[in-house]
Design a protein around this ligand. Structure first.
Ligand code: PRP
Ligand code: URA
Length: 212
């Protein structure tokens, strides 16, 4: 099973703060950004480097640089909140967007937009969405990328439900999944339990929560 739970005291602490229903919108966004930065350290540990030389003010140093920066692809909208820390840490990474939202009744994703850089074909792709619930949105994104010929995809989320992890592994057994937490289950409305509620609403202030 290619499931990686990125376990670190700082991530656990910040996730505890972020899950809290009392967290304000700016605090939620900041915590998501910080956890994304911390997760990026683990997610990128296999990136290839090559030896180069740089001239410091003192001497010439042998120094490693990344051979290639991965392509980042995010699932709109909530993905934006977790894309930003990866764009910050990988400033040369090209970025693609897949727009979709879940139908509240059927829980099926409805696609409304896509734009992916062609470099995704021969680079590692980091597919980013904070929530992996039924897995419908992630599978829709993985199907789209596979149809385009993209072969090397890693899925990154903040909170995953077992149902979503199993759905990805059933169709894409070679896709690595990185998450900060594997939660208990889904409820009857397809929300992750205990989860954090609707990530998009909490990032962008579109919910009816009076703490926003
Ligand atoms: C959320 C989330 C995922 C999806 C996960 O997006 O960001 O994309 O739900 O659920 P699933 O695994 O059951 O597909 P949502 O559809 O609510 O859209 P939004 O980001 O625009 O709020
Ligand atoms: N999408 C969310 O934003 N939250 C959930 O719990 C499930 C799907």
């Amino acid at each position: 099973m290619k499931l990686h739970i990125v376990d670190h005291p700082l991530i656990r602490h910040k996730l505890a703060l972020l899950r809290d229903e009392k967290r304000s919108m700016p605090e939620f966004k900041k915590l998501l950004h910080e956890i994304g930065l911390l997760m990026a350290f683990d997610v990128t540990q296999d990136l290839e480097t090559e030896e180069t030389v740089v001239k410091t003010p003192v001497a010439v140093a042998r120094a490693d640089k990344l051979v290639q920066q991965p392509v980042l692809v995010t699932i709109l909208r909530a993905g934006i909140g977790m894309l930003n820390p990866f764009m910050e840490i990988l400033p040369n990474a090209r970025v693609g967007f897949l727009g979709m939202n879940r139908d509240e009744e059927t829980l099926q994703p409805h696609s409304y937009y896509n734009k992916i850089p062609m470099q995704a074909l021969d680079n590692k792709v980091l597919l980013i969405d904070p929530m992996l619930a039924t897995g419908g949105s992630a599978l829709n994104a993985l199907d789209f990328l596979a149809e385009k010929g993209v072969t090397d995809v890693t899925f990154i989320c903040l909170v995953a439900a077992p149902e979503g992890v199993e759905a990805i592994h059933a169709r894409y057994p070679n896709v690595d999944i990185y998450t900060a937490a594997l939660d208990e289950k889904l409820n009857e409305k397809g929300y992750i339990v205990p989860g954090l509620g609707d990530a998009g609403d909490r990032i962008f202030g579109t919910g009816d929560d009076e703490n926003l």
